[in-house]
Design a protein around this ligand. Structure first.
Ligand SMILES: Nc1ncnc2c1ncn2[C@@H]1O[C@H](COP(=O)(O)OP(=O)(O)OP(=O)(O)O)[C@@H](O)[C@H]1O
Ligand SMILES: [Mg+2]
Ligand SMILES: [Zn+2]
Length: 512
């Protein structure tokens, strides 16, 4: 007796179709799974028989061999439980083979025959649609997720009994519309709540407009955390393509919580005790994306940057450079997208008050030096905007007026981003921060006086090659915010002003 159904295995965030074939033949009752099953798939052997029996179906008291094809593809995760169970039900004709054809089955199965929430469903749906299959049968808890993919019939099931009922035509699934969970209203944080701090607010705007990474250094209470948390409020909405990418990452990390599609830009703020695997991705049985990937298309906020493990910080260089992270372990490697805007905050010294006008620093110079050395040059090199933020006194706070609202700033950001997208459409780049150096120099279109100011900065401040490119990219963003075709002297001067924190070449700030 023979049965065949289609399942999917999710490796990283990619769904790969798997043909699941069941052979039921003579021999002592047993279940063997062949075709490179990972540990989680091997585990399925012990779960599936009780699950089928619990659903008041028959498990054949014979030798059962399930083969997973293609044989050279690793099979991970518990999502193959359901297709394995259904392949046996097809082989024993408890389910009509025709009814199962053309569907993809995916879901973890419990000993009692329940179909449990399973990570990666949106990736399964994307893979099924790409193959031109007509429908997916997935855990009801993840059905809304699958329904985001156009042109696919989605059936949400809670048990093996429901799957069988559906295939026999005796049970109908609930309407997907009724499963959509109510979104909790997002927090009402707004940049207008930040008083004064005009320079920092402006730096956030520049970061948002050009996709630049940002470091804020300042004493405790200066408002670094408050400012950083408001960056998402001035970023444009996710495009549909970006939303699908971010949703896949949240799905495999089991963080979608019943939502279909991620609509807000991600904002991830891992604690400084996070492990390298937690930040970059990893895991012992299934490779999961880390915080840097969960921040894909959004913001990764590292508060108290100097407190993070040095190796974790160092490892961030790869995604900052490539927008991807390759996670490797014994069974192979997967690559997760990780294109985020990094926002970091730090105190200027261990006590926090170096440079503060009201309180004096109690650190020894060597302590301050060691503290600053914790931030490696290579990481700092990838942060375009580095800002010192003053702590405002109570009187200054009360006296300062409320600034522009996030909505007003966001409109400018959207316009500046549109200009960049049009300019770089042939390059496949969306914003200034991602321009390769030589192209940045060409695309910046500097006025002669802007060139002269840059030349002076190179001469007097020993601006490195990377530093030079960074200033040009930031100046280009400042010009884009102003709607200017060419970069002029005051755009460069503003770009040079965002280099006041943790600089080796401190004099630079005075160049303008
Ligand atoms: N410019 C400001 N406008 C309004 N409120 C402010 C401002 N600066 C600070 N505050 C108030 O001070 C509180 C502390 O700010 P925040 O936590 O952002 O400081 P921080 O720089 O992150 O300090 P730490 O180094 O201790 O983490 C904020 O929650 C806010 O209530
Ligand atoms: Mg803080
Ligand atoms: Zn100090």
């Amino acid at each position: 007796m023979y049965g065949r159904v289609i399942g999917v295995t999710v490796l990283g965030v990619g769904g790969h179709p798997v043909t699941v074939e069941a052979f039921v033949g003579r021999g002592l009752p047993s279940l063997t799974v062949t075709g490179l099953p990972g540990a989680a798939v091997q585990d399925a052997r012990d779960r599936i028989r009780p699950a089928v029996e619990h659903a008041e179906l028959e498990w054949p008291l014979r030798r059962v061999v399930v083969n997973l094809a293609p044989g050279n593809l690793r099979k991970e995760g518990a999502g193959l439980d359901l297709p394995i169970a259904v392949s046996v039900l097809v082989a024993t004709r408890q389910v009509p083979p025709k009814a199962a054809a053309g569907h993809v089955f995916y879901g973890e199965v419990s000993l009692k025959g329940e179909v449990l929430p399973t990570p990666g469903v949106i990736s399964v749906a994307i893979a099924a649609a790409r193959r031109g299959l007509r429908g997916v049968i997935v855990p009801v808890a993840n059905a809304v997720e699958a329904a985001q993919v156009a042109g696919l019939a989605v059936t949400g099931v809670a048990s093996i009994q429901e799957v069988v009922g559906f295939l026999r035509g005796t049970w109908r699934p609930p309407e997907i519309g009724t499963l959509v969970s109510q979104r909790v209203a997002a927090g009402s944080a707004d940049l207008s709540e930040v008083r004064g701090q005009d320079e920092a607010r402006r730096a956030l705007e520049v970061a948002a407009a050009g996709g630049h990474n940002l470091l804020m250094v300042g004493s405790p209470g200066a408002g670094k955390t408050m400012l950083a948390r408001r960056l998402p409020t001035i970023l444009p909405d996710l495009t549909r393509e970006e939303a699908l990418e971010a949703t896949q990452l949240h799905s495999v990390a089991e963080l979608l919580a019943g939502r279909g599609l991620l609509r807000e830009r991600p904002f991830r703020a891992p604690h400084h005790s996070v492990s390298t695997a937690g930040l970059l991705g990893g895991g012992s049985t299934v490779l999961r994306p880390g915080e840097a990937s969960l921040a894909h298309r959004g913001v990764l906020f590292l508060d108290e940057l100097t407190e993070f493990r040095r190796d974790a910080i160092e490892a961030l260089r790869q995604p900052l450079e490539d927008g991807r992270i390759v996670v490797t372990r014994a069974g192979g490697s997967v690559s997760f997208p990780a294109r985020f805007t990094l926002v970091a905050a730090a105190n200027p010294c261990p006590c926090g008050f170096s440079g503060d006008p009201q309180r004096s620093c109690r650190c020894r110079p060597d302590q301050v030096d060691r503290y600053r050395q914790k931030l490696s040059g290579p990481l700092l090199d990838r942060i375009d905007l580095r800002l010192t933020i003053p702590r405002l006194t109570k009187d200054e706070l009360l006296g300062a007026s409320a600034g522009e609202s996030s909505a007003v700033i966001r409109d400018r950001v959207i316009e500046a981003r549109d200009r960049q997208r049009r300019r770089y459409s042939a390059l496949g780049i969306t914003c200034n921060a991602h321009l390769p150096g030589p192209i940045a120099r060409r695309e910046a279109r500097l006025c002669p006086d802007a060139e002269r100011l840059l030349g002076r900065a190179v001469d007097h401040m020993a601006l490195t090659g990377r530093g030079f490119d960074r200033v040009i990219k930031v100046a280009r963003t400042v010009a884009d915010l102003a709607g200017a075709d060419r970069v002029s002297e005051h755009h460069v001067a503003e770009a040079l002003s965002y280099r006041t924190a943790f600089e080796q070449d401190q004099g630079l700030a005075r160049a303008g």
